[in-house]
Design a protein around this ligand. Structure first.
Ligand code: ATP
Ligand code: MG
Length: 140
């Protein structure tokens, strides 16, 4: 499978704090091209579907409530080695563990409100991008 695309969301904490522009600047400066992007808001049901893989985890209900608590910015991104390079750019799930200079280190406020999502495989990047965007909403 092609390894040149990943999917991200600017989460409600970062969007609400007005950090979307600063985060997109870091993403573009790291060499990622924007393929599709929009502002939207998830219902609790849609958040539940998106995070279905975590449905057995203790934080699932809180995560779905949080992810539907305000607007988000889903984005499809293109770059060589996109999934791995993007996970490096955002840093560890918990900002306390994230490396200096990573997006989560700079903008996340907790392990839950951690500013951005990043797909964990090429397969999930395709599934997650298709969750939010039709082919007519993509410029590349
Ligand atoms: P993401 O999938 O959002 O890129 P991730 O792959 O680093 O994050 P996952 O394990 O997939 O981390 O968890 C999904 C999301 O669930 C996290 O980004 C975070 O918002 C939330 N989360 C993860 N672990 C916890 C936890 N222990 N307590 C509360 N929320 C958590
Ligand atoms: Mg994940």
């Amino acid at each position: 499978m092609a390894n040149n695309r990943t999917f991200t969301m600017i989460k409600p904490d970062a969007f609400g704090a007005g950090n979307s522009g600063a985060i997109l600047k870091m993403i573009e400066e790291a060499g990622f091209k924007i393929v599709a992007m929009k502002a939207t808001k998830l219902s609790p049901e849609m958040a539940g579907k998106f995070y279905e893989v975590h449905s057995e985890r203790p934080f699932y209900a809180a995560l779905c409530a949080y992810m539907s608590s305000g607007p988000i910015l889903p984005v499809i991104l293109e770059k060589d080695n996109a999934v791995e390079d993007f996970r490096k750019l955002i840093g560890a799930t918990n900002p306390a563990d994230a490396a200096e200079g990573t997006i989560r280190k700079i903008f996340a406020t907790s392990i839950e409100a951690n500013a951005v999502h990043g797909s964990d495989s090429d397969e999930n990047a395709a599934i997650e991008g298709n969750f939010f965007f039709s082919q007519f909403e993509r410029v590349l």
